[in-house]
Design a protein around this ligand. Structure first.
Ligand code: HEC
Length: 108
């Protein structure tokens, strides 16, 4: 019984838990964001870069539901607020690129 109560209390706090970057990475792939933005949000010919230094989750949520131009819209029932927070956590977890001066060909 005590175990059951412990399990239930863990489940009930789960939605309020911190963002999950690993789940966000999965969603970034499963929802197809990577197809245009690149697997690490680096951007390319099809879409702008999203990481490192991503927009806040609220801005991402607003944008993907009301994209300005070519990007297809993602309704809230498909990518909910919790999903966006995890995607943002994934993008925020990505490392900064090397400083330009550490790349011999680009060193000034
Ligand atoms: C079919 C290609 C495509 C897919 C799939 C796609 N995007 Fe985009 N995205 C774009 C393009 C192109 C833009 C540039 C503006 C525009 O055309 O809407 C953009 C812009 C954005 C921006 C605004 C960036 C900025 O700095 O202004 C965000 C945030 C974004 N996308 C997030 C996402 C997320 C999160 C997903 C997955 C849920 C996703 N996109 C899936 C093509 C795509």
């Amino acid at each position: 019984m005590r175990t059951l109560i412990m399990c239930l209390s863990v489940l009930s706090i789960a939605p309020a838990m911190a963002q999950d970057a690993a789940r966000g990475q999965h969603l970034f792939m499963a929802d197809g964001c990577y197809e245009c933005h690149g697997t690490v949000g680096q951007g390319g010919a099809a879409a702008p870069k999203l990481a490192p230094d991503p927009l806040p989750a609220e801005a991402i949520a607003h944008y993907i539901r009301h994209p300005a131009a070519v990007m297809p819209p993602y309704v809230e029932t498909l990518v909910g607020d919790a999903d966006v927070r995890d995607i943002q956590a994934y993008l925020a977890s990505l490392p900064q690129p090397k400083p330009l001066n550490d790349i011999p060909l680009l060193a000034r």
